[in-house]
Write a new protein. Structure first.
Length: 337
């Protein structure tokens, strides 16, 4: 038995032409008698017929599918983004295809190729690397498939983007630590191949400079994304017995890992060291003490990204937009001394 029931199978079952079956299943009541249409639709339902959406897309030159590619699924941020985006896109008649790159630029290329083969009308993407796949992005957009970059974005101006003002929010977070009395602030950095990473480091350095605090490279730890990474870099740092009074994390997962090691070594947060991070989500409220963080306006980011990709689909000549959003510092127990 065929894996998929086709129009031909239904036509053979009823002994009528494929064209009649096709017209009936497309609702062409002007060319198919009512009793014949009823027979065909009932037979199709009984046999388990499903319309071939890919074939329909080929005819219409539109799949009404939009792809979303994210770099990881560890934090709740990307899941929240997908939830909001999916709601918006479905309201406008689009289906959503989702792929995770697992922090691999190679996997990201595979994901983009898959989206192309699925004939998506557009792609929302948060990148793993700001440079490695730019040739792929240009090729895809050159084929008429608009791409909108969100959260982790690029430096070139050939595509619309929606991002947090990482520099200014990082600056404000570190400034708040300094005004609270911290002077020896550790920064768990982000990867240099991610735009957010060096923007947050730049904000950290400029906040120190504003208050005439010397930049100490020993207080900038190697890049960390996961909780395991955060645990490792903090353990190595603590082994060196360098004094510090605060920790500012590139992201919450790395900071949570660092916090666990600090507490295992007998440190008390925030009495011995205040801690805070960028990219905070609900995870910051599920640990003790709860963590002060800059939280992104994820719903607004999803709304803007969806607006842009649909606008580019509707008008291929639409100019690019660079949307920069402000986050919000949420004060919690980890900085309350």
């Amino acid at each position: 038995m065929s894996k998929y029931i086709t129009i031909k199978d239904i036509a053979n079952e009823l002994g009528i032409s494929k064209s009649t079956v096709s017209r009936a299943l497309s609702g062409d009541s002007s060319n198919v008698k009512a009793e014949t249409m009823k027979l065909i639709t009932e037979t199709a339902q009984r046999m388990g017929y499903q319309r071939n959406e890919l074939a329909v897309s080929l005819r219409k030159q539109s799949s009404h599918n939009i792809g979303i590619i994210i770099p990881e699924i560890v934090t709740t941020f990307y899941m929240d983004f997908i939830s909001h985006a999916q709601t918006i896109l479905r309201m406008h008649g689009y289906n959503v295809l989702i792929a995770t790159s697992n922090e691999s630029a190679d996997q990201e290329r595979i994901n983009i190729d898959m989206m192309e083969k699925c004939m998506v009308d557009g792609i929302l993407i948060s990148v793993c690397d700001k440079e490695k796949n730019t040739d792929v992005y240009r090729r895809v957009m050159g084929r008429g498939i608009p791409m909108v970059f969100f959260d982790r974005t690029l430096e070139w101006g050939d595509a619309s983007q929606v991002r947090l003002d990482d520099y200014i929010m990082s600056f404000f977070m570190v400034e708040q630590l300094i005004r609270s009395g911290s002077k020896r602030i550790v920064h768990i950095s982000g990867p240099s191949h991610i735009r957010n990473g060096y923007e947050r480091l730049r904000g950290y350095r400029d906040a120190l400079e504003k208050f005439h605090i010397a930049y100490d490279k020993e207080l900038v730890l190697p890049s960390a994304l996961s909780a395991d990474d955060g645990s490792r870099v903090m353990a190595d740092f603590l082994d060196r017995n360098i004094p510090f009074d605060a920790v500012f994390g590139f992201t919450e997962t790395a900071l949570i890992g660092a916090k666990n090691i600090m507490q295992k070594r007998g440190m008390h947060v925030p009495a011995d060291a205040r801690i805070c991070c960028m990219s905070g989500t609900a995870l910051c409220t599920l640990v003790f003490p709860t963590i002060t963080a800059v939280e992104q306006p994820v719903e607004q980011m999803a709304s803007e990204a969806c607006r842009l990709v649909m606008a580019h689909i509707a008008d291929s000549a639409k100019g690019v937009e660079d949307i920069v959003l402000r986050g919000e510092i949420i004060d919690r127990e980890s900085t309350a001394v």
